[in-house]
Design a protein around this ligand. Structure first.
Ligand SMILES: Cc1cc2nc3c(=O)[nH]c(=O)nc-3n(C[C@H](O)[C@H](O)[C@H](O)COP(=O)(O)OP(=O)(O)OC[C@H]3O[C@@H](n4cnc5c(N)ncnc54)[C@H](O)[C@@H]3O)c2cc1C
Length: 502
């Protein structure tokens, strides 16, 4: 039997995959034709893990008018909502839609699913055939420079010239978090978790970023009465999003940095930030801004309620630093790759948690809910060390800063493990063993920063193996925002086309 060699296999059907395919199809020339296979563990193509059909209290942290899968179409999601209201309104009957709303992520998932289906249909007219396969990819083997075999857990093997790893978030292994019926390595899907947790259970949530907040809100919205403890190792907690509009950085951008030969180091970045802030204040001198120190913020929680109330007060007005930080999204990888190694290490050790708390902020609505839960008396915030153990009687003992406490349920809301040997992804553990990938010391796998090609553990370039999204965080520092993902996917599609068209 003749072997079929596909041009491209994409592992994963979330935002990275969809934005990659979207920009690739748009770049295909009239005389070209390609065969592409998209493989996902779930049959729910397009939405990925972040925007799955789950509880509607899972909110986007980007305003409806700004978030889009198509960088050429500003406001695409918002326009889609208006055009397709009859398709989603019955499920979200009370939802008020404005460009400034922070809408439920499952609604964004419906948009992504529709975009994926439309892309599959439209791409045929461009001689691109995209087929989908439901299955878990467990390994990718290199046959030659532009020939790979992708192995699925069901035994299926597929050959292609190029493989794109777009697998998103993975979770801690069973061993690392001592999984059992009462310990969960992920909050999602929250619809399922809620059913697994009794309303009177005491719950420890490990991690204090967006997925921890999703979990608290979903539990409480479902009438949870037991104690909920949220644990942050670094004592930091996300900031609340202010009312500012977008701002175009004048100094913290590649043109200014290169034209002025500015060496990238933490001190110079702080100076550029201060300069940017001064410019923002000048441009907005007639606007009443949040009355806060304009230096890099301290997001450490002392009293949880006081922290949130202060954040809510600041967030009732425009917060210049948020507008400036947002506009650095697309140059983060550039900056990160120019920082000296000792500064990168210092950043990871001393600044990362603060930076994430500032960068990945929460909508005001969720912060208000948290304040109410604190007032009701069953939400607490703790920080410091945390060790989880299960006794022979299946009791969960958590040692928090040396004090032992017993919980009925523990939920890890810590996101992808930076160390791949702790990841529950069979695919990445197999790739790690086969040496086709190399671990990045700052997390995930090493990829070439400009081409997105995966580097082997000897630092060699895999000609036809590419990676996008969270797994490349060590190379790009931060990928967990749709605009970054869309930008990386678009660049990656150019290179992939140049490889398979050659
Ligand atoms: C909870 C959450 C909320 C977020 N909210 C926002 C937001 O509001 N705004 C914003 O800009 N960004 C947000 N993000 C950032 C988000 O990471 C990106 O916007 C984007 O959705 C990530 O897409 P992805 O395709 O890289 O990964 P994912 O969406 O995780 O998709 C990866 C896909 O790969 C599949 N997969 C994984 N491994 C395999 C395998 N071995 N075989 C087959 N299939 C596999 C998974 O089933 C999944 O469908 C959020 C992220 C998370 C996790």
């Amino acid at each position: 039997m003749k072997k079929v060699i596909n041009d491209i296999i994409v592992v994963g059907a979330g935002a990275s995959s969809l934005s990659f395919l979207h920009s690739l199809v748009n770049k295909v020339k009239p005389n070209e034709h390609f065969n592409i296979i998209v493989i996902d563990k779930d049959r729910d193509y397009g939405c990925g893990n972040a925007y799955k059909d789950d509880v509607s209290t899972n909110l986007l942290n980007t305003k409806a008018g700004y978030i889009t899968i198509d960088k050429e179409q500003k406001g695409d999601f918002f326009n889609w909502l208006k055009k397709n209201e009859s398709n989603w309104r019955s499920e979200f009957s009370d939802l008020e839609i404005t460009v400034d709303s922070y809408l439920p992520r499952p609604l964004f998932g419906a948009y992504m699913r529709d975009k994926f289906d439309t892309l599959i249909k439209d791409s045929l007219a461009k001689n691109v055939r995209i087929s989908t396969v439901k299955g878990e990819v467990v390994n990718v083997q290199k046959i030659s420079n532009l020939k790979y075999t992708t192995h699925l857990s069901c035994g299926l093997k597929l050959e292609s010239n190029v493989v794109i790893l777009a697998t998103g978030t993975s979770f801690l292994t069973k061993d690392v978090c001592k999984l059992n019926d009462n310990i969960f390595n992920s909050p999602y899907p929250l619809k399922k978790r809620i059913g697994q947790i009794d309303q009177n259970d005491s719950v420890l949530i490990i991690g204090a970023r967006l997925s921890a907040i999703d979990t608290i809100v979903a539990l409480k919205d479902n009438g949870h009465k037991g104690k909920i403890t949220v644990h942050s190792r670094s004592s930091t907690f996300p900031c609340v999003r202010g009312t500012q509009d977008r701002y175009l950085n004048q100094f913290l951008n590649i043109n200014y940095i290169e034209q002025n030969n500015i060496k990238i180091n933490i001190e110079n970045l702080k100076a550029l930030f201060d300069k940017e802030m001064a410019n923002y204040l000048k441009e907005n001198s007639n606007v009443e801004l949040a009355n806060e120190s304009f230096a890099i913020k301290n997001c450490v929680v002392g009293s949880f309620k006081e922290y949130l109330l202060n954040e809510l007060e600041m967030a009732s007005k425009p917060r210049p630093w948020q507008a400036i930080l947002y506009d650095t999204n697309l140059i983060l990888s550039y900056i990160w790759n120019l920082l000296a190694d000792d500064e990168r290490k210092l950043f990871m050790k001393s600044h990362l948690s603060h930076a994430m708390a500032m960068r990945v902020s929460i909508p005001e609505l969720n912060a208000r809910k948290l304040v109410n839960y604190i007032d009701e008396g069953n939400l607490e915030f703790i920080s410091g060390s945390c060790v989880v153990e299960t006794s022979a009687a299946n009791e969960i003992k958590c040692t928090l800063n040396g004090n032992e406490q017993v919980y009925d349920k523990v939920i890890y809301a810590t996101g992808s493990p930076r160390d791949l040997t702790h990841s529950d992804s069979i695919l990445f553990r197999n790739l790690n063993d086969s040496e086709i990938i190399g671990n990045n010391e700052y997390g995930g796998i090493s990829v070439c920063k400009n081409t997105f090609q995966v580097l082997t553990n000897n630092g060699h370039v895999n000609e036809g193996l590419f990676a996008l999204g969270e797994i490349t965080n060590g190379t790009h520092l931060f990928n967990s925002a749709l605009d970054i993902i869309v930008s990386h996917s678009s660049k990656c599609s150019e290179l992939v086309l140049s490889k398979i068209s050659a």
